[in-house]
Design a protein around this ligand. Structure first.
Ligand code: ZN
Ligand code: ZN
Length: 145
C-alpha cells in the first residue's frame, strides 16, 4: 500500500490524509496516553505535518503544556498528538487509520510506565522513556521528568 494514507474518527465527521509514508510507528505505554485513549497501551503513526491534512468541523483539541491531542467532538475518538517542541510532526492514533494493519509498530516507548500485566512478546526496541527526544527533556504532560 502506498500513500495517500487515510483515516478518521468512528462517526466519520473527522477525516485525515497523509500524502507520504510515515517516518515513525510506535507503541506508547505512558500514563498520559493511557488517560487520553482509555486503553492500556496506545500506538501512533508519525508523519510530517506539512504532508498531512485534517478535515472536519467537529475536530476538537485539548492542550496540556506543549502537547496537543485532537479528537472528534461528536464521537470522542482520539485522532492525533502534536508537540510544539517537535517541529512539523504529527502522530495519528494507529487505530484511527483506515488500514491499521499496514502500520506495524517498530518500537515501544515509555516502557517504565507499562502496566505490569501487559505482555507483548516481540523483539522490538524498548525505550524506558520517549523514543523521540525533545529539546528539553520533559514529560508529554509538561511536567519535568
Ligand atoms: Zn467522530
Ligand atoms: Zn505516551
Amino acid at each position: 500500500m502506498t500513500a495517500p494514507h487515510t483515516g478518521g474518527c468512528r462517526c466519520g465527521a473527522v477525516r485525515f490524509e497523509a500524502s507520504a509514508e510515515p517516518h515513525h510507528i510506535s507503541y506508547c505505554h505512558c500514563g498520559d496516553c493511557r488517560r487520553a485513549s482509555g486503553a492500556p497501551v496506545s500506538a501512533f503513526v508519525g508523519f510530517l505535518a506539512d504532508q498531512a491534512a485534517l478535515n472536519g468541523k467537529s475536530l476538537k483539541s485539548y492542550r496540556n503544556g506543549p502537547v496537543e491531542r485532537s479528537f472528534c467532538g461528536i464521537c470522542g475518538s482520539p485522532i492525533a498528538y502534536t508537540d510544539k517542541r517537535l517541529d512539523n510532526q504529527i502522530y495519528f492514533m494507529l487505530g484511527a487509520m483506515d488500514m491499521p494493519a499496514y502500520f506495524k509498530p517498530t518500537l515501544h516507548a515509555y516502557v517504565r510506565e507499562q502496566l505490569p500485566f501487559l505482555h507483548m512478546p516481540d523483539d522490538l526496541p524498548r525505550h524506558l522513556k520517549t523514543s523521540v527526544p525533545r529539546p528539553e527533556e520533559q514529560r508529554p504532560d509538561g511536567r519535568q521528568s
